[in-house]
Design a protein around this ligand. Structure first.
Ligand SMILES: Cc1ncc(COP(=O)(O)O)c(C=O)c1O
Length: 402
C-alpha cells in the first residue's frame, strides 16, 4: 500500500523526536548517559505505592478500574486546586483538568488553538516535546532567544510588533519559566511581569509549562505566571512526572473555566479519560501528606548531583573563553555552549565512542541553530558516574578543539 499517498498533511509534518532517536544509541553497556530527561528511579517510593495500590483495589477497585470522567477524578481535581491554593492561588476544581501527563496538555492546547500556518512564539532553545506538538498541528514557530533571566522580552516586544503589523499575530506564547528544559535557567520576576503585560496588550494566551518548579535546590522562586495573572490569560501545565514518577502518566492543567472546558471537549476524543486507577493511587498518596516529603527527598538527591556536575565541568572542561554552562538552581538540566567550531552533532559519535552521551543543542532550536550547544541531564546518572562522564566528554571536546 502506498501509505505516503494516504497520510494526512499533519502526519507528514510530524517529526520523530531527535532525543528518542539518539537514546537508541545510548543503550551501549558502560555508557554514561546525560542524554535523557529521566528522573532517578532510586527515589521512586515503590513500597508506599505498592501498599496504596493494594488499598485502592480493596476499597474502591470497582470504581478505580472503571472508565472515569474526562476532566479527571473530582476528588483529585479538588485536592490539586487546594494544593495550588497553598502556593497562593485562588482556584476551584473547575480550573483544573487532569491530563495524561503534561505532554497531553501540550497536545490539547495545540488542538484547540492551532490551525495550519498559525504562528506560535517559543523560547530559543525550547522543550522539544512542546515544539513537536505544535508543529504536528503545522504551526509556524517563531523563536525568541533566552539568557540567564529567561526569554529576552525586548526582542519579544519587537517581534510582536512586527507580527502585528504584518497581520500574523501568534495564537499563544509558550514558555518554560522555571529551570527551563533544556537551558536550566529561570525567568526573572521583572521579565515575567513584562511578558504578561505584552500578553494583555496583544490579547494573547500565555502557556506556562512548569514541571520543575517545585524542584528548587537554593534561592527563592519568582512568582509563577499563573498567580501573577488576574485576567485569565495564563494556562499552566503541571505534572507528577518529575516530583513523583512519570510511569503513571499523570499531570494537570490549570486555566480559566472557559479554557478548561474546551480542553475537556478536546480530550474526549483523545483518550476519553486519564486512567482512574492511577488517579486514585496518587490521590491517596497526596491525602496522606506523602508528596511534600517526597519532593524534599528528590531535591536533596538532585542538588548533590547538580553540584557534582558543576564541579566536574569546572575540573575537566578545557579553559576556553567560549565554553560556558548555565548554573541551574533546580530542575534536571544544564546547557553548555562551545566555540563555533565545535558541532555537537558531529561530536556525538566521538562522545559515544568515549562512552558518554548528551543531547545535541540543535534538537531544541526551532530556528535550526544550536549546533555548538548541548543539554546535559544530571538527575539520572549516579553521583559517582557524573565526574567520570564529564571527564570523558571533556576528552571529546579537547580532541575537537585541537
Ligand atoms: C518542559 C516540559 N514539559 C513537558 C514535559 C512532559 O512531561 P510529562 O508528559 O511526563 O508530564 C517535559 C518532560 O520532560 C518537560 O521537560
Amino acid at each position: 500500500m502506498d501509505l505516503q499517498r494516504l497520510y494526512s498533511k499533519n502526519a507528514k509534518n510530524m517529526k520523530r523526536s531527535a532525543i528518542r532517536e539518539l537514546l537508541k544509541l545510548t543503550n551501549k553497556p558502560g555508557l554514561i548517559s546525560f542524554a535523557g530527561g529521566l528522573p532517578d528511579p532510586n527515589v521512586f517510593p515503590t513500597e508506599e505505592i505498592a501498599q496504596i495500590t493494594a488499598e485502592v483495589l480493596a476499597d474502591e477497585g470497582h470504581k478505580a478500574l472503571q472508565y472515569g470522567v474526562t476532566a479527571g477524578d473530582p476528588r483529585l481535581r479538588k485536592t490539586l486546586a487546594k494544593w495550588e491554593r497553598t502556593q497562593g492561588l485562588e482556584l476551584s476544581e473547575e480550573n483544573v483538568i487532569i491530563t495524561t501527563a503534561s505532554q497531553q496538555g501540550l497536545e490539547l492546547i495545540s488542538k484547540i488553538f492551532i490551525d495550519p500556518g498559525d504562528t506560535v512564539i517559543v523560547e530559543l532553545p525550547s522543550y522539544l516535546g512542546g515544539l513537536n506538538a505544535f508543529t504536528s498541528y503545522r504551526a509556524n514557530l517563531v523563536s525568541i532567544p533566552l539568557d540567564d533571566e529567561g526569554m529576552k522580552i525586548d526582542l519579544l516586544r519587537d517581534k510582536l510588533k512586527e507580527l502585528h503589523d504584518s497581520g500574523q499575530m501568534p495564537k499563544f506564547i509558550y514558555v518554560v519559566p522555571d529551570f527551563q528544559n533544556p537551558a536550566g535557567v529561570t525567568m526573572s520576576a521583572e521579565r515575567r511581569e513584562a511578558l504578561l503585560e505584552l500578553c494583555y496588550k496583544y490579547d494573547l494566551p500565555l502557556v506556562e509549562d512548569t514541571p520543575y518548579r517545585e524542584l528548587r535546590f537554593e534561592g527563592t522562586s519568582p512568582p509563577d505566571l499563573l498567580s501573577m495573572d488576574d485576567r485569565g490569560h495564563v494556562i499552566s501545565l503541571h505534572t507528577f512526572s518529575k516530583i513523583l514518577f512519570p510511569g503513571m502518566r499523570l499531570g494537570w492543567t490549570i486555566g480559566s473555566r472557559e479554557i478548561i472546558d474546551k480542553l475537556e471537549v478536546a480530550k474526549q476524543s483523545m483518550d476519553l479519560c486519564t486512567p482512574p486507577f492511577n488517579q486514585a493511587i496518587v490521590l491517596r498518596y497526596m491525602e496522606r501528606g506523602l508528596l511534600e516529603p517526597q519532593i524534599e527527598r528528590v531535591i536533596g538527591v538532585y542538588r548533590k548531583k547538580r553540584d557534582a556536575m558543576l564541579k566536574a565541568l569546572e575540573t575537566y572542561m578545557p579553559k576556553d573563553p567560549d565554553i560556558h554552562w548555565t548554573r541551574p538552581e533546580g530542575g534536571l538540566f544544564l546547557w553548555v555552549t562551545f566555540p563555533r567550531k565545535i558541532n555537537t552533532q558531529e561530536m556525538f559519535a566521538d562522545a559515544v565512542k568515549q562512552d558518554v552521551a548528551y543531547v545535541v543543542g540543535n534538537a531544541f532550536c526551532a530556528d535550526g541553530g544550536g549546533e555548538n550547544a548541548m543539554r546535559l541531564n544530571f538527575s539520572f546518572p549516579t553521583e559517582e558516574q557524573i565526574p567520570e562522564g564529564i571527564r570523558r566528554l571533556a576528552e571529546a571536546v579537547k580532541a575537537r578543539l585541537k
